[in-house]
Design a protein around this ligand. Structure first.
Ligand code: G1P
Length: 291
């Protein structure tokens, strides 16, 4: 099972980050010096993905502009000796083969993924949710790809979340696998469960490796939580038809779709940045002294 393709759903309205996202796609908000979606694309590329489909909507054309060349800007930067900046501008356009399809109606994550049917064909593919940014030594998508290949199975990324948080995610029913600490077999799941409904505190956190079998299932999946077609409902059927594993991935996950997660990610990524990191560390220490 070689995973060469990825799908990034990025058609959400960004209502948790208003007013900034009134005219700027939430995926284009700058985190340190790059838009959020670039972190996702870089993770996919570092995991061996070659072709990426971004599912967008009519308000998101800034994204395809960003991953295009900008000849006038590059020429000006080179003329002024700003070689590093010119390279950064060019690099973002050369990261991967990026394709776009629009989700014409806001009908949920399952519907957005279904829009990838033609792009994916019969190959296995990764899904990376645009809000979930990961900081990990080994890219989280690569951790899933390796587990999917090892078990000839679909894979979902998971971590334990607090009791009060599980109702914001999907909850997994899992069983141990021999000789594995971090990989489990998945037998069921549900989306945004109440405390009584949850299977466990293992939540799916924004990363998946799936087979094309999901598309036929999604086509017949009725609207679920929030009146939307939920990917989780499709996966619930899929995990009963073919093997699926959950990978308790190593790394930290940030929900950049809300302000607190966005700030945490911004600070953590800035702290690890060779140039800005040491300055930010001193700045924070100084500030903390005054608190
Ligand atoms: C989506 C998925 C949910 C998953 C979560 C992870 O929910 O539907 O199963 O646990 O992402 O971030 P959303 O954040 O769109 O409500």
């Amino acid at each position: 099972m070689k995973v060469r393709k990825a799908v990034i759903p990025a058609a959400g309205l960004g209502t948790r980050m208003l007013p900034a996202t009134k005219t700027i796609p939430k995926e284009m908000l700058p985190m340190v010096d790059k838009p959020v979606i670039q972190y996702i694309i870089e993770e996919a590329v570092a995991s061996g993905i070659e072709d990426i489909l971004v599912v967008t909507n009519r308000a998101k054309s800034a994204m395809d502009d960003y991953f295009d060349y900008h000849p006038e800007l590059e020429e000006r930067l080179l003329k002024n000796g700003k070689f590093k900046e010119a390279e950064a501008v060019r690099m973002s356009a050369d990261l991967a083969n990026i394709f776009y399809v629009r989700q014409k109606e806001t009908k949920g994550l399952g519907h957005a993924i279904w829009r990838a049917k033609r792009f994916v064909g019969d190959e296995p593919f990764a899904v990376l949710l645009g809000d979930d940014i990961m900081m990990a030594n080994k890219p989280v998508t690569k951790q899933l790809v390796d587990a999917a290949e090892k078990y000839g199975a679909c894979a979902v990324g998971t971590q334990l979340v607090a009791d009060e948080a599980i109702s914001r995610y999907s909850s997994l029913k899992i069983q141990p696998l021999p000789h594995e600490d971090r990989i489990f077999r998945v037998s069921d799941m549900n989306e945004k469960p109440t405390p009584e409904e949850k299977f466990s505190n293992y939540a799916i956190l924004g990363r998946y490796v799936l087979t094309s079998g999901i598309f036929d299932i999604l086509e017949h999946t009725p609207p679920g939580y929030g009146g939307e077609i939920q990917l989780t409902d499709g996966l619930r059927t899929l995990c009963k038809q073919s093997p699926m594993v959950a990978v308790d991935f190593e790394g930290r996950r940030y929900d950049t779709g809300n302000l607190k997660g966005f700030l945490e990610a911004t600070i953590d990524f800035a702290l690890t940045d060779g140039e800005i990191g040491p300055w930010l560390r001193d700045f924070i220490i100084d500030k903390a002294k005054g608190l």
